[in-house]
Ligand binder design. Structure first.
Ligand code: HEC
Length: 181
């Protein structure tokens, strides 16, 4: 009897957090819920969604897209205020600035976001929370079906964190603005 209970508890724990069961610090229900809160804040600020502000796109690099727009601001989630960087990724390969400007919604492929969470969230990697959204606000998924939100691919050789570790001290490629403020 005792064994049955602990076995089913174990199964429950596994099903509640398949991402953590796979040893991955991202894609859990908590990460997904947090990403949803963040989307709502970004939508209210018109950084994403149907009424989003437009900017002049610039030529991008892999893996983010052929044309990019990047915004730097701060956001507040659950009483914590942190740096927020929003990158809009446009495609496909070969798309021009004029084509993106003429019909940005058609060319938007994904929105990749870094949000600096509270101290202690991920001290080794500057406490960044990483997300890759599709244009409608849903989360993109890895090939094995894990939602792309949280400490994405931490500890792996490729992915958001591994690649961004190559960018200066704060893991931001485009600007030293955050370090200066
Ligand atoms: C192979 C390397 C690589 C990977 C993987 C990668 N990025 Fe980036 N990222 C870059 C580069 C290079 C830039 C600068 C692009 C530019 O010119 O705007 C960038 C820029 C960004 C920015 C703007 C802030 C900055 O660093 O300049 C955000 C936000 C971002 N990436 C999020 C993500 C997220 C989220 C993921 C994972 C889903 C990810 N990135 C995966 C290379 C990478």
């Amino acid at each position: 009897m005792k064994r049955t209970i602990s076995t089913s508890l174990f199964a429950l724990a596994l099903s509640l957090s398949s991402a953590h069961a796979q040893g991955m610090p991202f894609g859990s229900e908590e990460d997904t819920a947090y990403a949803k809160l963040l989307w709502d804040v970004m939508q209210a600020e018109r950084l994403v969604g149907p009424d989003m502000l437009r900017a002049k796109p610039y030529e991008g690099t892999d893996p983010h897209g052929m044309m990019l727009e990047t915004f730097y601001t701060k956001a507040t989630i659950n009483d914590h205020t942190g740096d927020l960087i929003v990158k809009r990724n446009f495609g496909p390969a070969g798309v021009t600035e004029d084509q993106v400007l003429a019909d940005p919604d058609k060319h938007l492929g994904a929105v990749t976001v870094m949000f600096r969470r509270e101290d202690g969230y991920d001290p080794d990697d500057m406490n960044w929370f990483w997300v890759k959204y599709l244009p409608d606000g849903s989360l993109d998924k890895t090939p094995n079906g894990m939602a792309m939100a949280g400490q994405i691919a931490k500890g792996m050789d490729e992915g958001c964190i591994a690649c961004h570790q190559g960018a200066a001290d704060d893991m931001v490629f485009t600007s030293d603005y955050l370090l200066a403020n």
